[in-house]
Ligand binder design. Structure first.
Ligand code: ZN
Length: 143
């Protein structure tokens, strides 16, 4: 059965991240500092290198792969929920090289910024909590 909750827009945060910082860690740190447990994220910019992940559905495990070159962040889209009572950012990203060839995947630590402009929309009204999902092996929204 689909899980649907009503949320309301709360605060909007907009900003830029530092050269050399880790994209996922910075976004997660902002959520912790601002107490954001429910929301959505978008960002554009560029990275000096990236690490992405692909979830292998047969093995039920994330397989990470590095891309060791400068890339544009074409789009980052993600959500914020709660796991073990801490904010967790789940983000997917599309990156492009100098020929416009794109790479994409689940964002993990190790993606290092050249430049980044982000917007975080905080929600009010409901906080999704992640927990182990038996069917997929993923930490999905359980309540
Ligand atoms: Zn993902």
């Amino acid at each position: 059965m689909p899980m649907i909750r009503e949320v309301q827009p709360k605060k909007l945060f907009m900003g830029k991240l530092d050269y050399g910082s880790d994209l996922l860690e910075e976004l997660t740190s902002i959520c912790k500092k601002k107490n954001i447990y429910s929301g959505k994220i978008e960002a554009i910019g560029a990275v000096t290198k990236a690490v992405l992940a692909y979830y292998n559905q047969e093995k039920k495990t994330y397989e990470t792969f590095p891309i060791d070159k400068p890339l544009e962040i074409i789009a980052l889209i993600g959500n914020i929920s709660s796991k073990d009572n801490k904010p967790i950012v789940h983000a997917h990203i599309t990156l492009a090289d100098k020929e416009g060839k794109t790479f994409g995947g689940h964002l993990v630590s190790g993606t290092i910024l050249y430049a980044c402009e982000f917007i975080i929309q905080q929600f009010d009204g409901y906080v999704f909590k992640r927990g182990f999902d038996e069917v997929t092996g993923l930490p999905l929204w359980k309540e």
